[in-house]
Ligand binder design. Structure first.
Ligand code: HEM
Length: 585
């Protein structure tokens, strides 16, 4: 981990300006550089400007450290040559090199695999060179050296991570999580990390160390400090998601992967205009056209059935609808997934292209067309899986608790009376109390981005203080909505229960803390598509419930829905087999 060395080199008063020089080690900076900032400060003689000159010594310091390492090796040669026993000498050489390698990687943390491997090779062969110079026939022992070096390095890393000297040592968590991220990677691969997050917080409390350098926090009052205006930037996961096997990198990034706060704010502006409340009207036509098309497809299934009961996987239809709608709304393109299915693998190719685009570095000279295309892809991918997940989750909960299905039908019938052949109007739906409560309740229990809202202090910031919790540089914080939404401090009684009334019934026995409700995240990098998403969810849910009577298909085990959920950043859903009858509306 890179800790800045902030040295007060000079503090002179030059008229109204105080000059303070800082020397920081900027390990990734390519060269020596200067930067200046000015802060107004109040002194006894009035307001002054505090001028901070920061000297980034980047690669100079890096080279200096490498030279120190080499010199130490040279000095250790005579020492090692005095150790008579070759095995002891090898052990000593490997131990020194492993310890120095560990300290080196902690300090410089190369995030590029080539530079990481090449530096590792330097440290691994150093003991071989040392013993070659001092001991007879060492080359035959190269595999022994490498094995020793690797074991000692691993031992040193593990020991440090569980030691009281680690900056996150005071936070509780399972030893396996403190030692390695591989355990969590395995759980994520299995898709059940949302359940593990929950278990961990039940056992260890609201702040848990979930990785060697990572905390998970479920304290609602800390959310603004973590993700708000004065919070932290996006976390390092956006680095890690850059590689998608077999996919050609595209040349521009997209908003979601931009970690730099000011660059993100700049790129976010057009998104706010495109998806803000004022722009919602622009999407209404596509929403109505595609929503009606979905209803017609379902009616066609019923018509084909001799007994007037249609059978289908509504989960698949809703997914296809959401891609068709986003394709239409964003690109003016009809993907025709509802009509023909995903024969051409459109969904997969959009997902992959989006993932690789999300992680490229961005600068001011981006050609507009590729940037627009990357943004369009992001909007389609970010907006389709999430929205279709939420609508399907609502349908699942309505079928599991059919009294809410009936009550919602009544609410819709009252507002759009079938006897008057009323048509569901998009802009009227936001006033329906039960509809909104049902949507909130599904988003609470099953937020599509369930566990991994990650933030981290920027490089050279020295870390971040969240009230009284210090987040050191080089570590990150995760906020898991799935766990916070089921925390009885914020939602009670029965936080695990689907109970939409909690959103409008207020009494001393009920707690519904909206500051802990973050399905769309929080702060400057929250979901830019929230207004559009809510409009879609309201309309499609209303259209489905208004036009049909649904029930689970016979033989379907309702517990299967939860069992099928896969948390892979976005919740991936399984099938939802339903029976449906057309209503006379
Ligand atoms: C119910 C549906 C949706 C949910 C629950 C949802 C949730 C989220 C969440 C939690 C984040 C923030 C991730 C973070 O803080 O790291 C996010 C970001 C984002 N969402 Fe959504 N989303 C939904 C629908 C949409 C739609 C329809 C769009 C289409 C435009 C969209 C576009 C985006 C974009 C572009 C970002 C990145 C924002 C940024 O980095 O500034 N989302 N979404």
């Amino acid at each position: 981990m890179c800790q800045p060395h902030v040295l007060l080199v000079n503090s002179t008063r030059i008229e109204d300006i105080l000059l303070i020089m800082q020397v920081r080690n900027a390990n990734n900076a390519s060269d020596l550089s200067l930067s200046q900032t000015e802060l107004p400060i109040q002194t006894s003689s009035g307001q002054r400007l505090l001028k901070t000159v920061t000297v980034h010594t980047g690669s100079m310091r890096y080279l200096l450290d490498m030279a120190t390492f080499m010199t130490r090796i040279m000095f250790s040669l005579p020492l090692i040559s005095q150790v008579g026993n070759p095995l002891q000498a090898a052990l000593l050489a490997d131990l020194s090199s492993a310890l120095i390698a560990h300290a080196w990687f902690r300090k410089y943390e190369p995030d590029n695999i080539t530079s990481c491997l090449s530096q590792l090779v330097v440290f691994a062969i150093a003991p071989v060179i040392i013993t070659t110079a001092t001991l007879p026939s060492p080359l035959t022992n190269v595999p022994l050296h490498l094995a020793l070096f690797a074991s000692l390095l691993l031992f040193s890393i593990v020991l440090y991570r569980i030691s009281p000297f680690h900056p996150l040592a005071k936070h509780p968590g399972p030893v396996i999580c403190k030692v390695t991220k591989l355990w969590f990677a395995w759980l994520s691969y299995k898709g059940k990390s949302h359940l593990y997050f929950r278990e961990l917080h039940k056992k260890y409390g609201p702040i848990v160390r979930i990785g060697p350098n990572e905390l998970s926090i479920t304290e609602a009052p800390l959310i603004p400090h973590i993700m708000g205006q004065q919070g932290m930037r996006k976390g390092p996961m956006w680095h890690g998601r850059a590689y998608v096997p077999g996919v050609k990198a595209v040349s521009v990034p997209s908003l979601v992967g931009i970690r730099d706060i000011s660059l993100h704010a700049k790129h976010r502006k057009p998104w706010n205009r495109a998806f803000g409340p004022a722009a919602l009207k622009d999407y209404e036509d596509s929403l109505v056209v595609r929503g009606t098309e979905l209803i017609e497809h379902l009616k066609a299934i019923i018509r084909k059935s001799p007994d007037g009961v249609g059978h289908t996987d509504i989960s698949m239809y809703i997914s296809n609808w959401s891609f068709d709608f986003m394709g239409d709304a964003i690109l003016g393109e009809d993907f025709q997934l509802m009509s023909t299915g995903d024969k051409d693998g459109i969904v997969r190719s959009l997902d992959e292209a989006h993932l690789s685009a999300a992680n490229m570095d961005i600068d001011d000279d981006q050609p507009p067309l590729p940037l627009i295309m990357a943004s369009a892809r992001l909007a389609i991918v970010a907006g389709s899986h999430t929205t279709s997940f939420v609508i399907t989750s609502i349908m699942y909960h309505l079928l599991r608790y059919p009294e809410y299905f009936r009550r919602l039908q009544q609410e819709l019938d009252t507002n759009f009376p079938p006897s008057e052949q009323a048509v569901i109007q998009v802009d009227k739906l936001s006033n329906l109390e039960l509809l909104d409560a049902i949507i909130n309740e599904a988003l609470r229990l099953q937020p599509p981005i369930a566990t991994y809202l990650q933030r981290a202090p920027p490089a050279h910031s020295g870390g971040k203080l969240l009230k009284d919790i210090f987040i050191p540089e080089g570590t990150s914080v995760v906020v898991p909505p799935y766990v916070i939404h089921r925390d009885k401090r914020y939602f009670s009684p029965n936080p695990d229960q689907f109970w939409p009334e909690r959103w409008y019934v207020q009494n001393e026995k009920t707690t519904t803390d909206r500051t802990a409700f973050i399905p769309f995240s929080y702060g400057p990098a929250n979901c830019v598509g929230r207004p559009l998403a809510l409009q879609e969810v309201r309309y499609i849910t209303a259209m489905l419930v208004y036009n049909f009577d649904f029930s689970f298909q016979k033989g379907y085990n309702p517990d299967q829905w939860d069992m099928d959920l896969i948390d892979q950043f976005i919740f991936i859903k399984g099938k939802l087999p339903v029976e449906m009858k057309q209503r006379n509306v």
